[in-house]
Design a protein around this ligand. Structure first.
Ligand code: NAD
Ligand code: UDP
Length: 320
């Protein structure tokens, strides 16, 4: 029997990471999932924990990978680096951890990739564009980020992670790529992590009013989780991706008020929408990915429409 190709997924117990682990196992890889569980949950991995091709290691990427991490001493071909808090209330709560994870943590993961001569993927974010002046956002846009604002722990953390990754490409010829992930939703989002889709669905199910921050005219573009995972794997496995940066997201742009109305309709909820002055500093006014590059280079584009994706997510939260 030939040995399986091994992947490492940092942040694999989180929302996106756990779906990525599922898909990699389905594609017959051996998967090492490394997570410190700061915002993730082992429950997301329940279906994998008894699978002989799946290994969970509880470890903080900020700490060096010592020899106690036996699994990391064997050849790993693909490293997906997703570890980082991602929802605004969580990266505010864990602001210093977020900065350290994206800086020292990314350094440790890059060093591992260099030593293993692995293919490496950094999960970056649309937040590197900040409150964008260019709309929709193309990969060539440098962004509009406040380096000392309340979102800087995440935005600047990810910008540092991107810069460090590119130096490993230039100095060490590491086969690294960067994906800039736009708002993603689906089952296994944490019920209480404060993101708009999980908040609105759970408020609608509970029959309490939907919390609109600001006037609700700010926009986002929402991508369903299975599309995102397919895009991430395509970015890792496509040819000639060394040093490439690619947006992944669904360009279907909606105001926050519109997404609230759709969720109320799909849940048959009688809840109302209430406006609160609670936007976290520098909350982007608009966001929409330009995905031309992903379409051309990865032959990828989202397949799941909003209503289908929201219905699956509503079902998930109803069954929790
Ligand atoms: P999540 O919070 O559900 O998952 C992140 C995981 O990383 C968690 O399991 C957490 O415990 C783990 N983690 C955090 N710091 C760590 C550390 N120091 N060491 C080890 N593990 C650590 O978030 P998510 O939505 O699944 O996001 C995953 C990745 O995708 C993140 O890098 C995030 O920045 C990026 N991203 C997500 C979105 C989105 O809409 N969900 C959008 C843009 C970018
Ligand atoms: N938002 C909202 N009500 C909520 C949660 C979020 O109006 O209960 C708004 C938030 O101010 C932002 C948008 O919805 O403008 C998306 O927020 P989220 O935290 O989901 O992600 P972001 O794109 O800001 O990282």
């Amino acid at each position: 029997m030939t040995a399986k190709i091994k992947c490492l997924v940092t942040g694999g117990a989180g929302f996106i990471g756990s779906h990525l682990c599922d898909k990699l196992i389905e594609k017959r890889y051996e998967v090492v999932c490394l997570d410190n569980l700061i915002t993730g949950n082992k429950e997301n991995l329940r279906q994998l924990l008894n699978n002989p091709n799946f290994h969970f290691v509880q470890h903080d990427v900020v700490n060096p990978f010592t020899t106690k991490l036996d699994l990391l001493n064997q050849k790993i071909q693909y490293i997906y680096h997703l570890a980082s808090p991602a929802s605004p209330p969580q990266y505010r709560k864990y602001s210093i951890e977020t900065l350290l994870t994206n800086s020292s943590g990314t350094y440790n993961v890059l060093e591992l990739a260099r030593k293993m001569k692995a293919f490496y993927l950094l999960a970056s974010t649309s937040e590197v564009y900040g409150n964008p002046i260019m709309h929709p956002q193309k990969e060539s846009y440098f962004g509009n980020v406040n380096p000392v604002g309340l979102r800087a722990c995440y935005d600047e953390g990810k910008r540092f992670a991107e810069a460090l990754t590119m130096e490993y490409v230039r100095k060490h010829n590491l086969d690294a790529r960067i994906v800039r992930i736009f708002n993603t939703y689906g089952p296994r989002m944490q019920k209480d992590d404060g993101r708009v889709v999980s908040n609105f669905i759970n408020q609608a199910i509970a029959g309490i009013s939907l919390t609109i921050y600001g006037d609700g005219t700010q926009t986002r573009s929402f991508c369903y989780i299975s599309d995102m995972v397919n895009g991430i794997i395509a970015a890792m496995e496509s040819k000639d991706m060394i040093g490439e940066v690619v947006n992944l997201g669904n360009p279907n742009e909606l105001t926050i008020e519109e997404i609230g109305e759709i969720i109320l309709k799909l849940t048959n909820s009688k809840s109302s929408m209430e406006k609160y002055d609670e936007r976290i500093g520098d909350d982007p006014d608009k966001r929409k990915p330009d995905i031309e590059k992903a379409m051309k280079k990865l032959h990828w584009e989202p397949q799941i429409d909003l209503e289908t994706g929201l219905n699956k997510t509503i079902e998930y939260f109803k069954n929790l």
